[in-house]
Ligand binder design. Structure first.
Ligand SMILES: Cc1cc2nc3c(=O)[nH]c(=O)nc-3n(C[C@H](O)[C@H](O)[C@H](O)COP(=O)(O)O)c2cc1C
Length: 341
């Protein structure tokens, strides 16, 4: 297998995981890489990230599961996959022939399921685990692990207890304060944070008076979410000490460098690969050129953004002022009298 593309300027690391370059596939958008192998040499990307694998096979959500939106895409795949036994026997060996670094994204509906998957994939010798915390916790009210700090911490702690490779916690943007969840993952021992998963959205077919997607709602991805992802990556990178992997709307080398400047050590590319399956390798090649022209490196650029943004989100409404308010003259009622309410 060819060495992954990398000059020294592209090298990066995620905890103990050394990468030749910071460009990774985003979970669920590139299959196992096998489907895209004829479009470009995937050995040249930093790492391949698998679609979420669950303990048992999942059929996923009812169709339609994809809808195009302006500058983005909605999906409600519902984590369809053939389960861990199939993945370990069939998919993982194929992935290994494509790329030197393999990160397995695991999903569970209970902490025990995450633990079982972590044990099995570590035993199989993968390079890192990405824990998809946008999964409902069936033991605790079906809330997503990523929407509640204590549940997030518990899941990450349990995975870390058995994992022998770096563990990245993948967070949902569908929360009020993503830094609180990121800190909980760090507290649980995560070696890195992947941010962000998709934003919940909806597409409407008004003629049929129905949502376009079979499940009604879905996850928004693509360029439309890049500004949200950049903001969250930046906030998280200031709130935790562990590395951040940026994801959300990146399609060009310029986009990747924006994420790196905002604080990401690596960047995943997802929806853009639906438009151009060779885009990951093109980005790697363009990155080297851009960095050489700017006489900088990924390491030097990482987190160099000078932005005066606060780490904690601001209140959505202006704080109540207790200063004396100007007196308001009573409005005349219909008969010319003051409304006495
Ligand atoms: C069709 C589709 C399937 C996805 N499946 C998964 C998945 O199985 N696990 C996961 O953690 N994220 C999944 N994602 C989210 C992506 O990994 C990524 O976080 C998101 O799409 C934002 O990146 P992008 O705008 O570059 O696509 C999926 C996204 C899409 C579009």
């Amino acid at each position: 297998m060819a060495e992954p593309s990398g000059s020294d300027s592209l090298r990066t690391s995620l905890g103990s995981l050394q990468l030749a370059n910071p460009v990774l596939s985003a979970s669920g958008t590139f299959g196992s890489g096998w489907e895209g192998r004829d479009f470009s040499p995937l050995s040249r990307v930093g790492a391949l990230v698998s679609k979420t694998v669950t303990v048992r096979p999942r059929h996923g959500n009812p169709p339609p599961r994809l809808a195009e939106t302006p500058s983005g895409m909605l999906n409600s795949i519902g984590l369809e996959n053939k389960g861990a036994d199939y993945f370990l026997a069939e998919t993982l060996p194929r992935m290994r022939t494509l790329c030197r670094r393999i990160i397995i994204n695991i999903g569970g509906e209970a902490v025990d399921e995450f633990v079982e998957l972590a044990e099995r994939f570590c035993e199989a010798g993968v390079d890192a685990l990405e824990v998809n915390l946008s999964c409902p916790n069936v033991q605790e009210g079906r809330l997503l692990f990523s929407t509640e700090a204590r549940m997030c911490e518990r899941a990450v702690t349990a995975v870390k207890r058995v994992a022998t490779v770096p563990v990245f916690a993948k967070l949902s943007p569908n929360v009020t304060d993503v830094t609180a969840i990121a800190r909980a993952a760090e507290q649980g021992g995560a070696d890195g944070i992947t941010a962000i998963n998709t934003l919940i959205g909806m597409a409407v077919d008004w003629r049929r008076r129905r949502p376009v997607l079979g499940r009604g709602i879905g996850g928004l991805s693509g360029p439309a979410i890049k500004p949200v992802a950049l903001r969250m990556v930046h906030e998280i990178s200031r709130a935790v000490r562990i590395p951040v992997i940026g994801v959300g709307g990146a399609r060009t080398a310029e986009d990747v460098l924006e994420f790196v400047c905002a604080g990401a050590r690596a960047v995943q590319v997802g929806t853009a690969a639906f438009v151009d399956p060779a885009v990951l390798v093109s980005i790697v090649e363009e990155l080297a050129r851009l960095l050489a022209a700017a006489k900088t490196t990924i390491t030097e650029l990482c987190g160099s953004l000078q932005a005066p943004i606060p780490v904690a989100p601001q209140p959505a409404v202006a704080p109540i002022s207790f200063a004396p308010q100007p007196a308001v003259a009573p409005r005349p009622g219909p008969a010319g009298q003051a409304e006495g309410r």
